[in-house]
Design a protein around this ligand. Sequence first.
Ligand SMILES: Nc1ncnc2c1ncn2[C@@H]1O[C@H](COP(=O)(O)OP(=O)(O)OP(=O)(O)O)[C@@H](O)[C@H]1O
Ligand SMILES: [Mg+2]
Length: 528
Amino acid sequence: MNDFHIEVSMAERPNDRAARPEAAVDPSAVLALRNISKRYPGVLALSDVDFTLYPGTVHAISGENGAGKSTLSKVLSGIIQPDAGRIFVDSQPVTIPTPTEARRLGISAVPQELSLVPDLSVAENIGVIALPSRGGFVSRRALRAQAEPVLHSLGLKIDPLSRLGDHSPGIQQLVMIGRSLVHQARVIILDEPTAALTEPEVRHLFEVVKRERETGTAFVLVSHRFQDLARLADTVTVLRDGCHIITSPMAELTHDDMVRAMVGRTVERFVHDAQVAPGADTEVKDGGSRPRLSVRHLSSAGKFDNVSFDVRPGEIVGLGGLLGAGRTEVARAVFGVDGFTSGEVFIDGEKARITSPRKAIKAGLMMVPEERKSQALVLSMSIRQNLTSTGTRRISRGGWLRPRKERDISLQLIQQLGIKATGPEVLVGTLSGGNQQKVVIGRCFLDDFSVYIFDEPTRGVDINAKFQIYRLINSLAKKGAGVLLISSELPELLAVADRILVMREGRLVADLPADTATEEQILSSAMV
Ligand SMILES: Nc1ncnc2c1ncn2[C@@H]1O[C@H](COP(=O)(O)OP(=O)(O)OP(=O)(O)O)[C@@H](O)[C@H]1O
Ligand SMILES: [Mg+2]
């Protein structure tokens, strides 16, 4: 394989060298990029990148948040145009001006943020591009007929005419792949496909990918999860700051090699500090030994039932369970996003009447939601505006915003979280997926709250930022706050939490101390 020597290729970053002659394209490649560059205002998102994809293989693209992975995927799928470089399909130079042209060339993409229409049926989502029409009408029979074999090949036993939004993220992800199969794609791009999936769903997805690979389909897989790459990828390419760093057979790269290639150095791992002894006096004045958060007999018809737990000052309580077990639902009810049927919530010993997130924040509760785009960010506003739009106690004085203070705090958070942007005024919509997530997390550190709820805080975030987020969560607990951490990543729960609660089908079924709990233990309580 070409240039696998990390040191060598790091020394000669494409940025530093003069125009590089175009490398020959292997005739057996289904797709090849040569000398591809893409510039955004202030950012070189791709710099002179080569990429070669062979039929019947899974080629992973890895790298930190903002490294250029999604940009590369978008170039391939006709969503954006490169400023320089050439694209070859079957050794023939092509241009991909539109997604339609990409599909005509056999390239199909499943983007980082799902782009399905939840209110339409599964079948319509699968056939959404090639709507079978007769006299201008969409025939339901035709839809069903077109969808059924596809669902079958995806191993999905669902009604093609059911509403897509009623299915889990895992099924929705598979439906997106179904769309690619309908178009008989030869190249399928998966950008962070497992971020929202449960382990059984991941396994299912990977089975489908492996079967399609057997038939010669080539996959481009973008993922931050090393275990995804280890399980599925044949080849891996690492990008850093828009530059190609290495391409190597997956089997020849260790986890440490990859991290080094991604960040250019060895990353210091997160080590869980001894927490403030739960209940002990803390730096926070009114902490005492009262729980920061007490949830009592909380029920919501059809979602969760009789949930009770405490989070004490200085404690990080993990909440594990399968997707759909009711964890997010409980968090949303506590934070006032959704109501609940019965039960009580106490913050610092006081009964809280939380009927909206605004009231929750007022009562001392802060939450980082799971779905960043729809729930948490205004894409057309700047990083600074997004950071400071909720907690502004530290910034405002007498009700007036203090712009300089806002800017300083934003700058500090940008640095702390390693948000890749040229400054606080950059629009959030132009950030990469992982960097948007960091902005959502950043909001929590604007103000002192009694209780923080994090719902999948590190989803889609690179390894460096992951450890940084763990440290920040840890520092909140050290200051005496109570933290509830919802996570589907068991190593994360075990590393960060003091205690792990497990939910199954809307009920709390286990309460395990993190220092003795094991992944197997959590999993076996989470599954029936
Ligand atoms: N529309 C845009 N306008 C301006 N800058 C952009 C735009 N899209 C991407 N960028 C910038 O290009 C760089 C690469 O972004 P890209 O989305 O490719 O990263 P990524 O590797 O997919 O990261 P992540 O892991 O966070 O998804 C980032 O610095 C990003 O801010
Ligand atoms: Mg991305």
